[in-house]
Design a protein around this ligand. Structure first.
Ligand SMILES: *[C@@H]1O[C@H](CO)[C@@H](O)[C@H](O)[C@H]1NC(C)=O
Length: 386
């Protein structure tokens, strides 16, 4: 009896399998491995079919990008995003009004360059650069880039004595129009906002609240919290950064192709400090590590800018010299949160909108006396970073 039931169910199973062969996604080992590796599950067979075709398209795109990237080796690959729709990718969020005119000065870092500039340097390995952050599914890249740039200035300008993780949520939520919170903005708007209030508070006092996994409406600005930054509870709520202005590291490019940006000026600035930069990140979701060439990144034009990040260093000793760039897509992305961009060109438009904020520090005379030596120690550490 048991035997006959087993036979019968085998026949049913076979018949069912034959019917299903037409409907089910192709049994593809690469796809099965992909799903397993990234713990993927799908709502329905139809959803899975769509995801598998996105995966197939990603494979072709990655192969094409690696072909274009040939001189620097592979920099693109299959990753968690390979089955995602465009609106489910890592968020960017650089949005600048048409015709916006820069007014901040350009600082000549080439004029104050050291006699023996380093061949490679990376502030990432010093306390001038905090751990990789995660903007989540919010177009707040501009707020992260500006906030991180202020963090770096606090550390460098205090000679490593004042080290505070600042609050990108304050920048995201409180920078007024034309910045649009999670719908995008630009770093200059962030610095200008910071100059209108006491300062930018720390991220414990004003934590990040946008969702990491789904789009969320921009949190309203907590104006009471901002007003209380230097109030009677300051000793309890913790430190903040008072932003007094900002300048450009290179003459900004606001229109046209931007193919002739002053890369030596950007390099000289990075020898002094990490720099907030904005880029065209159209192909960054497929980046998995290595050096991304300018050809593979695509347009460096002002109009192509869609993301803001931070340049923390460069390496001229590598076979393809590169800029070292910190992203805000968590440390699961790229080179543990970083990307390397070909240094010979204005890759991704890295020198189009390079800014450095300025902070006003309230240091005691004893603290002031320590600044130069502390800053020099950070520099030496950045140069030795390997
Ligand atoms: C620069 O690149 C070389 C060769 O790839 C590598 O050995 C070195 O660690 C890199 N230096 C920095 C600071 O990244």
């Amino acid at each position: 009896m048991l035997y006959r039931v087993a036979i019968a169910s085998a026949i049913v199973a076979t018949a069912f399998a034959q019917v299903r062969v037409v409907e089910a996604p192709q049994k593809d080992q690469e796809w099965e491995d992909y799903k397993k590796m990234y713990k993927k599950t799908y709502e329905s067979p139809a959803d899975e079919r769509e995801r598998q075709s996105l995966f197939e398209a990603s494979k072709q795109r990655v192969a094409r990008l690696n072909e274009v990237n040939k001189k620097a080796g592979n920099a693109f690959g299959i990753n968690w995003f390979s089955d995602r729709k465009p609106d489910e990718m890592n968020k960017r969020g650089h949005v600048k009004p048409e015709g916006w005119t820069p007014t901040a000065p350009v600082k000549d870092y080439k004029a104050t360059r050291r006699a023996n500039p380093p061949a490679a340097l990376d502030w990432q390995f010093t306390s001038a650069v905090t751990a990789i952050k995660n903007q989540g599914q919010c177009g707040s890249c501009w707020a992260f880039s500006a906030t991180e740039a202020v963090e770096s200035q606090l550390v460098l300008s205090s000679g490593n004595q004042v080290r505070i993780e600042l609050a990108p949520q304050q920048t995201t939520s409180c920078t007024p129009s034309p910045a649009q919170g999670c719908n995008g903005g630009f770093t200059e708007a962030a610095y200008e906002y910071m100059g209108t209030v006491t300062g930018l508070t720390n991220s414990f006092n004003y934590p990040y609240m946008q969702s990491l996994t789904a789009t969320s409406a921009t949190q309203a600005c907590n104006t009471a919290k901002v007003a209380a930054i230097d109030g009677p509870m300051m000793q309890l709520t913790g430190g903040y950064a008072a932003v007094s202005g900002y300048h450009y590291a290179t003459t900004p490019c606001t229109s046209g192709a931007c193919a002739n940006q002053d890369l030596a000026a950007l390099q000289a600035a990075i020898e002094t400090t990490p720099v907030s930069v904005c880029v065209n990140a159209a192909s960054w979701n497929d980046y998995t590590g290595g050096v991304m060439t300018s050809a593979a990144c695509g347009s460096m034009a002002a109009k192509a800018q869609d993301h803001c990040v931070m340049a923390t260093g460069f390496n001229t000793t590598a076979p393809t010299p590169y800029w070292i760039v910190r992203n805000s897509w968590s440390s699961t992305w790229g080179e543990y949160g970083y990307i390397y961009l070909e240094m010979a060109e204005n890759t991704c438009g890295i020198a189009d909108d390079a800014t450095i904020p300025e902070v006003a520090l309230d240091l005691t005379d004893a603290q002031k006396a320590k600044v130069a030596a502390g800053r020099e120690r950070l520099y030496q550490k950045a140069v030795l970073a390997q």
